[in-house]
Write a protein that binds this ligand. Structure first.
Ligand SMILES: CC(C)(COP(=O)(O)OP(=O)(O)OC[C@H]1O[C@@H](n2cnc3c(N)ncnc32)[C@H](O)[C@@H]1OP(=O)(O)O)[C@@H](O)C(=O)NCCC(=O)NCCS
Length: 330
């Protein structure tokens, strides 16, 4: 059983940060960033919290679907940049949207998080007849955990949010979710906190991350992540299609995680699919982690680049290291 995406909505912060703007923080230049990543500019919050971006995107999706928010039975918010340890971003979005009958929780699977969330929504819809609509949101404020002194990573990220209203349907849908935790040390952001007052001799543990790594910001081994991503994309798509009788050639449009245009180009080649089938908007969004796939899809829907009846593939990869793909009839 599949899902029907009734509507989509998004929120892009009004503040735009260009490559030239970044060149005033770190030693870099527009040409280097564009040729290595495909990014020209990205949106960043001008103080809007993550919940605010998620709620505005959700309101747009609810308006477009023309549904009563009280008929939403569940809100799943994918984020790695919530404003609070607790409550969840989804709880705040529930308050903002008036979806008072909805269960609400966050899901953290980094840049694969929206595919994980959409698949979770599908499985809840499959098993609970009382559930009518699920609101699936991705809201990310990467600028919150970006190290603006690290030129190899700060050039990549942006902020934004997008939301879908989904319901159950009989349309084709298949998915696959994966993770390779042995690569967690290639991309991480450590939580900043002081030990409680009773700690004496702290237990020494080794998670493979650098002891002197900066805390509270993203640390990555760009080359390792690049290698992983170019293999993860084709692998996740093939795993999702396995045993379904549907082939890669049947897919009309791929909406990949918008990490880096070179990753997408190489991964498309590895999958044996022409780049023209890949929808990209990274040039003006940067990498917005789990918000990137729904942001790109919302844009594709509203510009007519994707149409009802087409077979669509979402494919994500990121910290964890996680990877996930979903193929469905739109
Ligand atoms: C980060 C990334 C763009 C770096 O590109 P790269 O071709 O691997 O570049 P390198 O790290 O080999 O660096 C090459 C040179 O450029 C320099 N450099 C790095 N960032 C730079 C910048 N923003 N501007 C100018 N020069 C830069 C390096 O210092 C290095 O200089 P050196 O040769 O004098 O030491 C690339 O590794 C990448 O995209 N990785 C995946 C990251 C990603 O997508 N993460 C999120 C996944 S969800």
């Amino acid at each position: 059983m599949g899902i029907k995406i009734l509507s989509t909505g998004s929120y892009k912060p009004l503040l735009t940060v260009t490559n030239d703007d970044l060149a005033s923080c770190v030693e870099t230049n527009d040409e280097w960033i564009r040729t290595r990543t495909g990014i020209s500019e990205r949106h960043m919050t001008n103080g809007e919290p993550t919940w605010y971006m998620g709620a505005r995107a959700a309101e747009r999706a609810i308006d477009e679907a023309g549904i009563d928010p009280l008929d939403i039975g569940m809100i799943i918010c994918s984020t790695i940049t919530n404003d609070y340890f607790t409550p969840s971003c989804a709880a705040v979005i529930q308050r903002e949207t008036g979806a008072a009958n909805a269960a609400a929780f966050d899901l953290g699977a980094a840049c694969s998080g929206f595919v994980y969330s959409l698949d979770t929504a599908r499985r809840f819809l499959m098993t609970d007849d009382r559930l009518k609509y699920v609101l699936v949101v991705a809201a990310e404020q990467l600028s919150y955990i970006t190290d603006f002194t690290d030129r190899s990573s700060c050039i990549l990220f942006g902020d934004g949010a997008a939301a879908f209203i989904v319901e159950r349907s009989d349309a084709f849908c298949t998915s696959w979710l994966g993770c390779d935790g042995s690569g967690m040390n290639h991309l991480y952001a450590k939580v900043a906190h002081d030990p409680h007052p009773f700690v004496k001799d702290p237990v020494h543990t080794d998670d493979g991350t650098a002891d002197d790594a900066p805390v509270g910001v993203l640390v990555q081994d760009g080359k390792e992540v690049y290698k992983f991503a170019t293999k993860a994309l084709p692998h996740a798509v093939k795993m999702a299609l396995e045993g379904t009788g549907t082939g890669v050639e049947d897919i009309d449009i791929f909406v990949p995680h918008q990490a880096n245009i070179r990753i997408i180009e190489t991964a498309a080649k590895n999958l044996g699919v022409g780049l023209e089938k890949f929808y990209t908007n990274i040039g003006h969004t940067g990498n917005t982690s789990s918000a990137s796939i729904p942001l790109a899809f919302d844009e594709a829907v509203h510009t007519g680049a994707v149409k009802r009846g087409q077979k669509v593939c979402f494919v994500g990869f990121g910290a964890g290291l996680t990877l996930a793909a979903m193929v469905f009839d739109y």
